[in-house]
Write a protein that binds this ligand. Structure first.
Ligand code: RIB
Length: 311
């Protein structure tokens, strides 16, 4: 594969899940059975979602992950093929693929449980080999739904190749020093930021402090308010507002942001423009139900990219 700067290559080393989404009027209490309003099954997993968003923006996308040998694994492979995502580095193991029961309330907010299954079987050797096999990779993206040492090995291989590494530390967990050392960018949401630091993402000094402490570039997504980036020489925070929309389902919005931001960086956009692109795709996604199914299709995503490039 050769590098094409108009169609950069983004490698996503991460998770796939089948999302089992119930739309409910409220959360049931302990021991209570509640009648839901609607159910939707869809393709999810933070890694897969980010891969799909990057692909919808026109990037060449290579997915590196591990699926079970069940029907969900087959369905996931078909889904990647439909998007034109490279599945050469998708591994299979006996057992169950990842699943994610999700509950969405009327205000669009979600609660998610992931059961990683085969996602936890991707090894560091497999992940690093896959990255080395993709010399055109401009950006390598990871999350925390697969083991941290696996992502660290992939990022190390990415660094050897001169690719930029972007870690979405979700679901929040203490970050190993090995993974942090290999991460160029960290993109938590505000809840994850608070879990990682004990501080609110409203605090500029907390953002600057965390970026310094981890020696990473930092973007924190802050829901309907958009995103905050530690900019300049790492001493100031720029808060970039998101377009105002009426949310109906926020599931996967953070992944739309990360996938779009990764494309922006891979294209060599200014960092603030990459954040704007992330905001536009994420805000648009919350106006539709589902996860990948809610992401802007290529025409619309392409317009967001063109708008950002025109400013
Ligand atoms: O970020 C949303 C995603 O988190 C869902 O698709 C679900 O699968 C979990 O990975």
């Amino acid at each position: 594969m050769t590098a094409d700067h108009n169609r950069p290559t983004v490698v996503v080393v991460g998770s796939t899940m089948i999302d089992l989404v119930a739309y409910v009027s409220r959360m049931p209490g302990r021991g209570e059975t509640l009648v839901g309003d609607r159910f939707q099954m869809g393709f999810g997993g933070k890694g897969a979602n980010q891969a799909v968003m990057a692909r919808l923006l026109g990037a060449e996308v290579v997915m590196v992950n591990c699926l079970g040998d069940d029907a969900y694994g087959e369905m996931t492979l078909d889904n990647f093929a439909n998007y034109g995502i490279d599945t050469t580095n998708v591994n299979r193991v006996p057992g169950a693929s990842g699943v994610a029961p999700i509950w969405v309330e009327p205000d669009g907010s979600n609660r998610i449980i992931i059961v990683p299954g085969a996602n936890h079987r991707l090894t560091g050797e497999q992940a690093a080999r896959s990255v080395r096999r993709t010399p055109s990779a401009a950006v390598v993206v990871g999350q925390l739904e697969i083991p941290q040492p696996t992502t660290a090995a992939a990022f190390e291989a990415a660094r050897e190749r001169g690719a930029t590494t972007v870690l979405n530390p979700a679901p929040a967990a203490r970050l190993s020093s090995g993974l942090l050392e290999m991460s160029d960018w960290l993109i938590p949401n505000e809840v994850e930021f608070e879990m990682l630091t004990g501080s609110s993402a409203d605090s500029d000094s907390a953002l600057v402090g965390f970026s310094r402490e981890t020696a990473t570039r930092l973007v924190v997504t802050v829901g309907e308010q958009g995103a905050a980036i530690v900019a300049g020489t790492g001493d100031r925070v720029v808060r970039v507002p998101a377009p105002t929309v009426d949310p109906i389902d926020t599931t996967g919005a953070g992944d739309a942001f990360v996938g779009a931001f990764a494309v922006g960086i891979a294209l060599g956009l200014a960092e603030l423009d990459a954040v704007r692109l992330g905001n536009a795709c994420a805000a648009d996604s919350v106006t539709r139900p589902g996860t990948q199914s809610s992401f802007p299709r290529p025409d619309r995503a392409g317009r967001f990219l063109a708008d950002v490039m025109a400013t």
